[in-house]
Design a protein around this ligand. Structure first.
Ligand SMILES: *Cc1c(COP(=O)(O)O)cnc(C)c1O
Length: 416
């Protein structure tokens, strides 16, 4: 038996920003027997999840589902729409943007990285990793590209390494203002089903997501929502694509099937997650977004009370999914995480890339509620004290006050 199964009591607190804790209801749905993926029952499941996932992306366009982690769907978005040597404009807002750029290079594309220049004075960390995507920088760069050599603009909606949710509608407006024909590709791997996301309304050409964040599923399936313009581009794009090719997938999806073996049990889980997220009795997507915004507020109230900087320095783009907490110079955030894990069985997200050792991330997504979040914050506060970090005040107290004085819009229980 692996150590995971040896807990004497209670549950592990998986407070990382993905994989997120999976609700029991979804785990139970996934435990059903695997069925014939070419049989008649399967088509019902296939058609239902394909329709439901469109509602989550807020789109009427097709959505491809891959048996892969989010990285596979990143690759699929590029491979389907672009050709070798194409220039793509990518915005450096954090580590996931940097990884996507590396992937683009490996595919034979020419990514051009733009970012807000400079170092942030409060933390000594890169300025562009503390603010949202700057649409005006994208507009300037596209205006200078009179020959339209840039084929796509790639941005991350919810940058999971920093806790920043960028304004995608503003990026669309920037592309339109520059009258530029580039495709808009958006990574909403950790934004979808937690933060408001509108594939159609925001004019996104390919939206990329994954299962293990807001959808509350285990890792293993990922998505491309595809606009008509992107589908057209895929007909002439020449990067090699076989497994990722949209054409055969969409053709088979019309009948509720896939060309290769889909991840049947994860699709059971997706079906259950869609029922939970879209249930009108619980307020549907607007309630999902409000719930995450409120959790973010409560967690940030705690961080502010501790007197520690929040990685996101712009209140307009705080992520409803996670909060990045910057540790004081000289305090190793990873040593602190290790201590908290050992003492309280609480997993926190590590600082990624340029933030390594300087921050930890608290996920507020998946199967969680006010009280599980309070427990997670208590674990953080005890750990910070044990780690010798001087705190300005009690974050636990501040979060309790926030949650108590801001009831959920959607009552948890009907009045007796
Ligand atoms: C998790 C994540 C990824 C990577 O997805 P994998 O499932 O690990 O392949 C990419 N981008 C963002 C913003 C993410 O949060």
């Amino acid at each position: 038996m692996i150590a995971l199964d040896l807990h004497p009591s209670g549950r592990h607190f998986l407070q990382i920003p993905g994989p997120s804790p999976v609700p029991d209801r979804i785990l139970r749905a996934m435990s059903l027997p695997t069925i014939d993926h070419r049989g008649p029952e399967f088509a019902q499941l296939g058609l239902k999840v394909l329709a439901g996932i469109r509602e989550i992306f807020q789109t009427r366009q097709p959505v491809a589902i891959y048996p892969a982690s989010g990285t596979g769907a990143w690759e699929a978005a590029l491979a389907n729409t672009l050709s070798p040597g194409d220039t793509v404009l990518m915005y450096e807002g954090g580590q996931f943007a940097s990884l996507w750029k590396k992937l683009a290079e490996r595919l034979g594309l020419k990514p051009e990285f733009i970012a807000l220049p400079g170092i942030d004075a409060e933390t000594g960390l890169p300025a562009s990793w503390r603010r949202g995507v700057q649409a005006d920088l994208i507009e300037q760069r596209l205006r200078a590209d009179a020959g339209h050599g840039i084929r796509a603009v790639c941005v991350v909606h919810n940058e999971t390494s920093t806790g920043i949710t960028s304004d995608i509608a503003a990026v669309r407006r920037a592309i339109d203002a520059a009258r530029h024909p580039a495709l808009l590709l958006v990574d909403t791997i950790s934004g979808l089903a937690s933060a408001d996301y509108r594939h159609d309304e925001w004019g996104v050409d390919v939206s990329i997501s994954g299962s293990q964040k807001g959808l509350m599923l285990p890792p293993g399936i990922s998505f491309n929502a595809v606009s008509k313009k992107a589908l057209e581009a895929s007909k002439t794009a020449t990067l090699p694509k076989a497994f990722w090719a949209w054409d055969e997938i969409f053709e088979m999806n019309a009948g509720g099937y896939w060309p290769t073996t889909p991840n049947t049990n994860l699709l059971y889980g997706l079906n259950e997650a869609l029922d939970m997220l879209l249930d009108p009795l619980h307020g549907g997507l607007p309630a999902v977004f409000a719930r995450h915004r409120r959790w973010g507020e409560g967690v940030r109230a705690a961080v502010r009370a501790w007197g520690l900087p929040i990685q996101c320095a712009d209140a307009a783009v705080h992520s409803p999914v996670l909060t990045g907490v910057v540790t004081p110079q000289g305090v190793d955030a990873d040593a602190l995480r290790k201590l908290i894990h050992q003492r309280f069985d609480l997993s926190l997200g590590t600082g990624l890339g340029k933030l390594k050792g300087r921050m930890f991330r608290i996920g507020h997504l998946g199967d969680c509620n006010d009280l599980t979040l309070m427990a997670a914050l208590a674990g953080c506060e005890m750990g910070l004290k044990l780690g010798g970090v001087a705190l300005a005040g009690s974050g636990v107290q501040a979060a309790m006050e926030y949650f108590a004085s801001h009831p959920q819009q959607q009552p948890l229980k009907a009045a007796a």
